[in-house]
Design a protein around this ligand. Structure first.
Ligand SMILES: Cc1cc2nc3c(=O)[nH]c(=O)nc-3n(C[C@H](O)[C@H](O)[C@H](O)COP(=O)(O)OP(=O)(O)OC[C@H]3O[C@@H](n4cnc5c(N)ncnc54)[C@H](O)[C@@H]3O)c2cc1C
Length: 165
């Protein structure tokens, strides 16, 4: 039987998978993620610095543990490029295909990349996943001045976190 496939391993995907398993322990379930499938509380990315946490300490479970808990297959570091709803299939960036019985998109949102020009434009970071957070922590080691673009809730959380560090 083709599985139910969830694209994504963020909070939405893992919450859905957990709730689904409460009512159905048998139907094959597959999660596919372009990241490494670690389960982590994303809101912690804007307050983990002052707690001294590295990305490894923010992550709660790796993909293998999540697969065991959810009785699911978890395919990581794999990008879904196309969905063919007629054939109930997904075409992956490496050309392989996966067939599904039902499909759930839990792909989150991508940050808007601010169109900034100049010789430091490559230094602009956005922090939307554990890998971004790892890069952010590494860049802080040599950073003398930090400009935060976007003083909304999350911008302010980052500011608090940087000050408290
Ligand atoms: C720094 C920060 C602080 C936040 N603080 C708060 C807060 O205090 N309160 C609050 O309510 N919310 C907060 N949020 C927002 C909240 O964390 C997010 O809305 C939520 O985590 C999104 O979860 P998600 O599962 O929808 O998406 P994501 O966690 O982004 O997961 C998307 C998944 O889809 C996968 N994916 C995407 N495209 C593909 C593809 N083509 N092929 C395969 N896989 C794909 C990705 O690899 C990833 O696994 C914060 C967000 C950030 C970044």
């Amino acid at each position: 039987m083709d599985p139910i496939i969830i694209i994504g391993t963020g909070m939405a995907a893992y919450s859905l998978a957990r709730e689904f398993r409460k009512i159905d322990k048998a139907t094959p379930l597959t999660l596919i993620s372009s990241d490494d499938g670690r389960s982590y509380p994303k809101p912690m990315l804007s307050n983990a610095l002052s707690k001294g946490k590295m990305a490894e300490q923010v992550a709660m479970f790796d993909a293998a543990s999540m697969a065991k808990t959810l009785n699911a297959e978890i395919i990581i570091n794999s990008v879904v490029e196309q969905i063919n709803p007629q054939a109930h299939s997904l075409i992956m960036a490496d050309g392989s295909q996966h067939h599904y019985k039902k499909l759930v998109l839990a792909v989150g949102a991508s940050p808007i990349i601010t169109p900034i020009e100049g010789d430091a434009s490559n230094d602009v970071l956005s922090i939307n996943n554990l890998l971004d957070y790892t890069v952010f922590r590494a860049r802080l080691v040599s950073a003398k001045h930090i400009a935060l673009i976007g003083p909304g809730l999350i911008g302010c959380e980052f500011a608090n976190d940087l000050i408290a560090r």
